[in-house]
Design a protein around this ligand. Structure first.
Ligand code: SF4
Length: 287
């Protein structure tokens, strides 16, 4: 095995409850997961001609090759020990297993953008059976790095759920032309993951600047994606959560606007496939 491929840069590994995703197929909202937060995001400053999402809640994970990984000492302790990156595949498996509790539902690969380290993920999955990790994998991704068909076969064997974070123009991530390219990639990503039978849903952060025309474009495309022969892809609508007071004043969405978004999405998707998502872990001060 190529030894570089078997090493990864991780920000942190911990046990917590999944706070996002609402009540959609594919969502693991409320389930205990072991979170593996990868280091680095391709949608962070000055990469791919975009600026970072202004509401990014893990800006430290935008950094590539972070030298230190934080590892929760005991599940639920909230206390972390540090060790140096990169870490080896088998070490990651051991750390995940050290955080097992009886209520674990799945292992979340999040970030940053986990698929920036697709080579590592591929090599990790190649050895997955020998690690005897008993839980399915959940991927939280920005959907802009699309694995090859060969990689997808391996991914689909172990990842059972996927949350694809899509962005409207109010994310300010890019100019109009670049934004169209990004959203197109994200929707193609969802198509590909559902083609491989991975239970995938889209999550959209909405703000006071979210445009109904973006909601139309996104919902129309989602309505045409099939899972198991049915138009059954969900959209989790997540009001932006901000800490900075100036940003809060500018971007917090009001109830009327949020309702209008729900009504509009329902022109395309069935009510079963529309859900509110909140960052419940933030309200409960969970990790
Ligand atoms: S894609 Fe995710 S990790 Fe990257 S900047 Fe946006 S919110 Fe942050």
């Amino acid at each position: 095995m190529n030894s570089e491929k078997s090493k990864t840069y991780i920000m942190e590994i911990f046990s917590s409850l999944q706070g996002e995703g609402g009540s959609l197929n594919g969502s693991c909202f409320g389930k205990r997961q072991i979170f593996v937060r990868f280091s680095g995001c391709n949608l962070s400053n000055k990469i791919e001609n975009v600026s970072s999402c202004f509401w990014c809640d893990s800006p430290s994970a935008q950094i590539f090759k972070n030298p230190i990984v934080r590892i929760e000492e005991k599940p639920g302790s909230g206390k972390f020990k540090k060790r140096n990156n990169p870490i080896e595949s088998h070490d990651l498996a051991d750390i995940i297993k050290s955080l097992y509790t009886k209520d674990v539902h799945s292992i979340s690969f999040t970030g940053g953008e986990p698929l920036c380290q697709l080579d590592f993920i591929e090599s990790f999955l190649e050895s997955f059976d020998q690690y005897r990790i008993e839980y399915p994998l959940y991927l939280e991704t920005n959907g802009t790095i699309i694995p090859t068909n060969t990689q997808m076969q391996l991914i689909a064997k172990y990842f059972k759920y996927c949350c694809c974070d899509i962005k409207d123009r109010s994310s300010n991530i890019a100019n109009n032309i670049e934004w169209h390219k990004i959203i197109d990639k994200e929707l193609k990503f969802i198509e590909k993951f559902t083609d491989y039978n991975i239970r995938t849903f889209a999550k959209l952060i909405v703000t006071s600047k979210t445009k109904i025309e973006d909601i139309d474009l996104i919902s129309k495309r989602l309505a045409n994606i099939e899972y198991n022969g049915k138009n059954d892809i969900g959209l989790a609508i997540q009001p932006v959560f901000l800490v900075d007071e100036n940003l809060k004043i500018k971007y917090t969405i009001n109830t009327d606007h949020l309702n209008q978004i729900f009504y509009r999405v329902a022109e395309y998707l069935s009510p079963n496939n529309i859900s509110l998502s909140i960052q419940a872990h933030k309200y409960l001060n969970l990790l």
